[in-house]
Ligand binder design. Structure first.
Ligand code: SF4
Length: 393
């Protein structure tokens, strides 16, 4: 559990949809933490870049700014390091002198940074509404209920939970408590190999696609070895027999960004750009991954494009901010976004320059804002699961 959430007033009338579509106002019934204490600078303030620079300079070594690969350019320019969520959490842990860790990413990432950094370090998320739709698809209550279903079916003792890094601290703690491990998109196969040495079945949370793709593509299992547990249906929508026959019990969660790519996107780009190589993230659907030329994590994608020969053509299936930056960084290669429609991660994009300026200036004035703090017990078990990942062969 974390403590830095702004309470939601359920009595507030929703804002008319038209205004929300125009990006004006907010709907407090569906958005958390949109109110910032103090004054949020206007996005049109021409001094925002200078203000961010000045506040950061004033804070000096006391602040360390982390920027996830999917962040906007206007934010990433102030990051001391960039990377995926796990790399960033480790980078923060390697900077114990930094009193404040400003995490330009989403909520679960800030939680992981809090778990891995020292007690004296305070992790700040510039906008508390920057959540992750995938992480939110598995709540502690739903997962506890699922475990009861597995117990009823007589298989809980054979099941090892494996949770993707993109999960809440509560889910990581559940995983640690039940003998499981965390994985990233780079080490998911190693995590599953380890888990199948500890037990006979895996409960994979919360991304069904990463779980299925790793099991089928990398480990030679069949699609029939996998079942999909739907937390919104009684008993997950599965019979006890289906659960007993399964090797992989996949949680019904997905990334709303990577889940948008379809087989049509792949076919269409191959037609538009003859000779293109399709490179996608393993959070994409199984049929998209099966149709791609290469599959890999964000770090893999970055390295693959660095190493690609001049003149090569690439269609990339991951978040658009990153794809655009990669295309700009490699003008000698043709790098396009896999889909025709724009596909940013909307929650990642909530961290904008006004929120970053507001967070940095508040810290520089001695006001700790938007702290993300994981409670002790949750931290202890979540850390156990993360340490099992670090110890993977
Ligand atoms: S890209 Fe997907 S998994 Fe990553 S933060 Fe956005 S919704 Fe979550």
């Amino acid at each position: 559990m974390t403590t830095a959430q702004t309470p939601v007033d359920l009595d507030v009338q929703p804002t008319p949809l038209a205004l929300l579509l125009l990006g004006r106002e907010a709907d407090p019934r569906s958005e958390r933490g949109v109110e910032c204490p103090g004054d949020l600078p206007s996005p049109s303030d021409p001094d925002l870049v200078e203000r961010a620079r000045a506040a950061k300079e004033k804070l000096g070594d006391k602040v360390f700014v982390l920027g996830h690969h999917y962040q906007r350019d206007e934010v990433i320019q102030f990051a001391d390091v960039t990377g995926d969520s796990f790399k960033l959490a480790r980078d923060a842990a390697a900077r114990p002198e930094a009193e404040y860790i400003v995490f330009c990413g989403v909520h679960f990432m800030a939680e992981s940074a809090d778990i891995l950094t020292g007690d004296d370090q305070k992790v700040v998320l510039p906008d508390l509404a920057a959540g992750c739709s995938m992480a939110d698809m598995a709540t502690a209550e739903q997962v506890a209920e699922c475990w009861d279903v597995l117990t009823e079916a007589g298989i809980a003792e054979q099941v090892v939970p494996v949770s993707y890094m993109n999960s809440s601290a509560d889910i990581k703690a559940f995983t640690g408590k039940h003998g499981g491990t965390i994985c990233t998109s780079s080490n998911a196969k190693r995590a599953l190999d380890w888990a199948f040495e500890q037990g006979e079945k895996v409960l994979f949370l919360p991304d069904q696609h990463l779980g299925r793709n790793t099991a089928v593509r990398d480990m030679g299992m069949s699609l029939e070895d996998c079942v999909l547990y739907n937390p919104h249906k009684p008993n997950g929508g599965l019979t006890a027999e289906e659960l007993r026959n399964a090797k992989m019990i996949l949680w019904r969660g997905h990334c709303s960004v990577h889940g948008r790519f379809s087989i049509d996107s792949v076919n269409d780009v191959r037609e538009r750009i003859p000779g293109v190589r399709v490179l996608v993230h393993p959070e994409c659907k199984h049929e998209v991954v099966a149709a791609a030329d290469e599959v890999g994590s964000t770090e893999y994608i970055i390295k693959a494009l660095d190493a690609a020969p001049a003149g090569s053509k690439w269609a990339i299936g991951t978040e658009l901010n990153l794809v655009r930056r990669l295309a700009n960084a490699h003008p000698d290669k043709e790098i396009v976004f896999l889909d025709k429609t724009v596909c940013f991660c909307s929650t990642m994009n909530r961290i904008d320059l006004p929120h970053l300026v507001w967070a940095l200036e508040s810290l520089a004035e001695g006001n700790l804002v938007n702290r993300i703090e994981v409670d002790r017990e949750t931290e202890q078990f979540a850390k156990l699961a993360l340490e099992r990942m670090l110890a993977l062969p």
